[in-house]
Ligand binder design. Structure first.
Ligand SMILES: Cc1cc2nc3c(=O)[nH]c(=O)nc-3n(C[C@H](O)[C@H](O)[C@H](O)COP(=O)(O)OP(=O)(O)OC[C@H]3O[C@@H](n4cnc5c(N)ncnc54)[C@H](O)[C@@H]3O)c2cc1C
Ligand SMILES: *[C@@H]1O[C@H](CO)[C@@H](O)[C@H](O)[C@H]1NC(C)=O
Ligand SMILES: *[C@@H]1O[C@H](CO)[C@@H](O)[C@H](O)[C@H]1NC(C)=O
Length: 407
């Protein structure tokens, strides 16, 4: 395979798919994006981006735009209900990592990536639902859409999210596992909280019996906050219909958030935060995971791959889902750009091994963070060390690997 005559089909115009399209274009590789929806996916309000992902967006020329459209911050505080600062978790730092952390609405991020993509001329087709792979050979892959039409590409990438259909080609029996936890969030005006002068947000307030209460600013000026708690669901995994009912039951979510209000040990601003909640801002996020997969690419011809949530949906504690998807996409594009110089099977193996190792470290970090939320688990906690996560230079690592192969 030489990179110049490759064409890549990307299934899904979520954050992984859009980032991959931009990165491939930058490598001079032609690609097309197919999205099943009629318009982009918009879920969950604001998301957090850390320096590892922001460096990728910078390399793709979109950081300067998105930076101005979100809320820039450095640290997340962990406090107890009495207000004692337990710990600071870095989400970014201009001095240490080159970038502050960024909280930005998913729609804003998607719009920015889409308008950058539009300028490149890379085609993005809405309303095209991928159905299955027809056949794969040494020449490429032919695949079919739900409407019966087919397309052929050199490489097919499933960036189609946690319930990926492309993944069925590689792992026919895999179903994502429910963790038993959901995130219940709402958005309220920051002014409603009447935060004490100088009180730092974002903050996670740890409570001896209730699940931790999170407050995180959004909008460029921080005029709105997301408030949220994790809710454990007892019993078996809800059916599709039960999920829909749960998500539609705004009153239940509001009363779950309000349960803290009756507890006088929470600071007054927490009770203020839940005093008025607009049901329209309620969001229920069930935490599903994709277990560790032995392969992200088809073995014989290496023509079908998956990335982002399709390959490794992870729990949300470290806020790395999107960030890890960006890393996947950017590195894959760099490697596909070297397709003429290196064996593609080897390159994909390098990619998956490298990426899996980082995803594994994020999973370990998630556990470390979860421990912080459990009251009394303070003793013997290891301090956070985030240099490996935020400072990695993917371009340099790919170049070094390619150089080691070419000689
Ligand atoms: C409510 C919520 C809040 C979150 N907050 C954060 C956060 O703060 N920080 C963070 O890092 N992560 C967060 N996550 C996780 C994050 O959303 C995912 O890790 C990330 O979106 C994965 O990106 P993706 O592009 O791989 O998949 P997705 O974003 O799921 O995109 C997949 C795309 O593929 C399309 N598609 C699916 N099937 C087909 C098909 N058959 N044919 C064509 N197209 C198809 C979908 O319509 C969609 O557009 C959150 C998730 C949720 C649900
Ligand atoms: C870019 O956007 C314009 C205006 O919406 C649209 O007409 C054009 O087809 C888009 N180009 C691509 C490549 O999607
Ligand atoms: C798939 O099969 C069809 C029909 O036999 C053939 O025309 C096409 O070239 C094949 N596609 C690939 C990628 O091998």
């Amino acid at each position: 395979m030489s990179s110049s005559n490759l064409n890549v089909a990307i299934i899904g115009s979520g954050l992984a798919g859009l980032c991959l399209a931009l990165a491939l274009h930058q490598q001079g590789i032609s690609c097309t994006v197919y999205e099943s929806r009629a318009s982009p996916l918009n879920i969950g309000g604001a998301v957090m981006l850390s320096p590892n992902a922001l460096r990728v967006l910078d390399a793709l020329g979109v950081y300067s735009t998105v930076k101005q459209q979100g809320h820039n911050f450095d640290t997340l505080h962990f406090r107890d209900t009495a207000g004692t600062l337990l710990e600071e978790y870095e989400f970014g730092s201009k001095d240490k990592y080159g970038y502050q952390g960024l909280r930005i609405f998913r729609t804003v991020l998607i719009d920015s990536l889409m308008s950058a993509l539009n300028k490149t001329g890379v085609p993005l087709h809405f309303g095209r639902k991928f159905s299955h792979v027809v056949n794969e050979s040494a020449d490429g892959v032919t695949f079919q859409f739900a409407d019966g039409t087919t397309e052929t590409a050199s490489i097919l990438v499933g960036a189609d999210g946690i319930h990926s259909t492309v993944r069925k080609y590689l792992h026919p029996d895999l179903v994502p596992a429910f963790t038993g936890m959901t995130g219940i969030t709402a958005a309220v005006p920051t002014a409603q909280l009447q935060l004490p002068e100088g009180y730092h947000i974002p903050v996670t307030i740890v409570h001896p019996t209730h699940s931790a209460f999170v407050i995180a600013p959004q909008q460029p000026d921080g005029s709105q906050v997301l408030i949220g708690r994790q809710r454990r669901l007892e019993g078996p995994e809800p059916s599709r219909e039960a999920w829909d009912a749960l998500i539609a039951d705004k009153a239940s979510s509001i009363s779950f958030l309000r349960a803290v209000a009756s507890d006088a040990s929470f600071p007054q601003f927490v009770r203020n935060a839940v005093s008025e909640i607009n049901p329209e801002t309620i969001n229920v996020w069930p935490f599903y995971i994709v277990p560790r997969l032995d392969k992200w690419a088809s073995e014989r011809h290496h023509r079908v791959l998956i990335l982002g949530d399709a390959a490794h949906a992870i729990p949300p504690s470290a806020g790395q889902g999107i960030n890890q998807a960006f890393e996947d996409s950017y590195m894959l594009a760099l490697l596909v750009g070297c397709a003429g110089k290196v064996n593609v099977g080897d390159a994909l193996q390098f990619w998956q091994t490298y990426r899996q190792e980082r995803v594994d470290r994020v999973l370990a970090l998630n556990k470390q963070i979860d421990l912080r939320r459990i009251p009394g688990a303070g003793a013997g906690r290891e301090p956070f060390n985030l240099g490996w996560l935020y400072e990695q230079d993917f371009k340099k690592d790919v170049e070094e690997w390619v150089a080691s192969r070419v000689d």
